[in-house]
Structure formats: C-alpha cells, structure tokens
Ligand binder design. Sequence first.
Ligand SMILES: [Fe+2]
Ligand SMILES: [Fe+2]
Length: 185
Amino acid sequence: MTKYFARQQNSEVNRRIACDIELYGADIIHSELFRQGYLQKHHTNTTVAEHTLNVTAAALRMCYRLEKMGMKLDLRAVTVGALCHDLGIIGRYEKFSGSRETLRLHPLASVRVADTLVPDIDHKTEDIIRCHMWPLNGWMPSSAEGYIITLADKYGSVRELLYHPGLPLLKRETVGMVMTAMIAI
Ligand SMILES: [Fe+2]
Ligand SMILES: [Fe+2]
C-alpha cells in the first residue's frame, strides 16, 4: 500500500463517502452484479465497479460542498444514481452490437438494473441514470442531482484515463480503488 493510499483511507471526507455508500447503496455494492463489475475493464486502466465508485465519490464530494453553500440535495438519489449509472454496461459485448449502440443504450440498461437492485427506486433517480451521458446523447437531466452526476462522470472518466501505475502521468490510485478497500465489498 502506498502512503497516498493509506492517507486517502484515513481522510475524513472519504470516511463520510464510505458511510453514505453503505447507508444508501448497500443493496447495490453487495450484489453479485456489482462484483462482476470488477471483472470488466472500463476506460483502459480501471473497471466498471471502480469507475462507479469514482463517480459516486466525486458526486458526493460536490454535494457536500454545495450543501455547505446552502443547497439542499438528495444524497440517496445521488448515491444510488451514481452507483447504478453504468451497471447496464456489464456484459456489453453480448448486449450491444458496437460502441455506438453501447453509448446510446447502456443508460437504459442501467435503469433496468437499478429497478432490479433497488425495487423502491424513485422516478428522479431513474431519470438521473437515464440522463447521465448528457450532452453526449439526447436525454437532458431534470434535477440538480442529475447535472452533478453528469459532471462527476466526465471528471471520473478523465481521472481514470490519466491513471497508469507504470507511467509518470498520474500514478496515484483513484478514489474508487480506495473505496473498494474501505467498504469491504
Ligand atoms: Fe455511462
Ligand atoms: Fe460512467
């Protein structure tokens, strides 16, 4: 374990993120499908599961800051939406005919997965998941939480593409890797 990794595990904000993930997303992170998410690569150097944790952590961090500024946000919708937003991409090579179809249709597949993992999911959270690719596809978010997820998804993706332990570009582990150790999947 690197010093950076150990420091991240002890950071107060990461402890809060891990608590919120357990509080709102236990049914998702302890599911068999989420475990399968560790077996499928995503953005070259990471996996689907790590990516969803990166996006969840980035989105929750934004929420904590916005709440300090007086904004009231639905942390359950943000956590569930972020954890599920790309789970529909698991098995992409069997489900979709190519990259274009994957880009267009995986948000709808993720909504179907979320409906199974979280039976009492609300319409707002389904909308967050369906619209997370905006503006790359046509569905525009209808809530502040939805825009937070679209932003966190882009940020997380760029951060993952920069990570490579063998290259000097960005060797530091992503928060998704830290979270994996903290939430004991
Ligand atoms: Fe996506
Ligand atoms: Fe994503």
